[in-house]
Design a protein around this ligand. Structure first.
Ligand SMILES: NC(=O)c1ccc[n+]([C@@H]2O[C@H](COP(=O)([O-])OP(=O)(O)OC[C@H]3O[C@@H](n4cnc5c(N)ncnc54)[C@H](OP(=O)(O)O)[C@@H]3O)[C@@H](O)[C@H]2O)c1
Length: 236
């Protein structure tokens, strides 16, 4: 698919991986990119002519329905919204409400696909963002692994149902984004420690993941698959 002149929706398009994707698609002259989140005003996307900021919670089905009705036919749906909080730690020490709440990411993804699919062009495509714990879980990541695994199974299963529309997953490893709120030395140490066993021992950049999302959109011969951008996490 040629990006030029396409209408694209990026849920979570105002921070981190989604923001880098919005900026990349804007530079590639997409016709219009809707960058959607709960607090889009926090982003620095205000003065870009082909980007429109939209305030929606992906868990709010009524707002999603009104939004998709309003925008009409469009070409690409991307969802990189975290959905809410994430539970970290061993399952047996975990508050079950926290574990269940981690699935808000999945519900946000399934809401946007279910409600947004009707208006998606038949030549269109969907890209969802999972995460490397889905297929290689390290200590303390069981909630992330469970949700990521569900997102990947959902996408693989849906691919056959919605053809010729394509759906693919991009799976990031440890990426330096505002999702981690540590600062200074503490932040550097966190990323150093989290990536020390990887084949490429550094955190990834949001732009490196955005490139894979772009590839998943542009390449018309892939569907139902996962593209890993993880510094060799799966192989480490
Ligand atoms: N960074 C990593 O190391 C990493 C690793 C593996 C997987 N991932 C996955 O990659 C995706 C992007 O993560 P990121 O690091 O870019 O996170 P981020 O910088 O925190 O960005 C998350 C985005 O999602 C939006 N969002 C969250 N909940 C939402 C909701 N309920 N409704 C609408 N928008 C919502 C946020 O905006 P508002 O807060 O304004 O709503 C923000 O724009 C996520 O699915 C994450 O699980 C990230």
């Amino acid at each position: 698919m040629d990006i030029h002149d396409k209408k694209i929706v990026v849920f979570g398009g105002t921070s981190g991986i989604g923001l880098a994707t919005t900026i990349l698609l804007s530079k590639m002259n997409a016709k219009l990119i809707f960058a959607v989140s709960r607090n889009p005003e926090k982003s620095n996307l205000n003065n870009i002519t082909n980007v429109e900021l939209v305030k929606i919670d992906v868990l709010d089905e009524n707002s999603l329905s009104s939004f998709f009705k309003k925008i009409g036919k469009y070409d690409v749906l991307i969802n990189a919204a975290t959905g809410g909080e994430r539970a970290i730690g061993p399952f047996m020490n975990m508050d079950l409400v926290g574990y269940r709440n981690s699935f808000k990411k999945l519900w946000g993804y399934t809401n946007t696909v279910s409600i947004g699919l009707k208006q998606l062009s038949k030549n269109g495509c969907i890209v969802l963002v999972s995460g490397s714990p889905a297929r290689k879980c390290k200590a303390g990541q069981i909630a992330l692994a469970s949700v990521g695994g569900a997102v990947e199974a959902f996408s693989r299963s849906l691919a056959a149902e919605i053809k010729p529309i394509r759906i693919n997953i991009v799976s990031p490893g440890v990426i330096d984004t505002p999702m981690v709120q540590l600062e200074g030395e503490e932040r550097d140490d966190f990323y150093k420690n989290a990536t020390k066993d990887n084949l490429i021992p550094r955190s990834g950049k949001a732009e490196e993941v955005a490139q894979a999302i772009l590839f998943a959109i542009q390449n018309d011969f892939i569907t139902g698959t996962t593209i890993d951008v993880d510094g060799g996490w799966l192989n480490s």
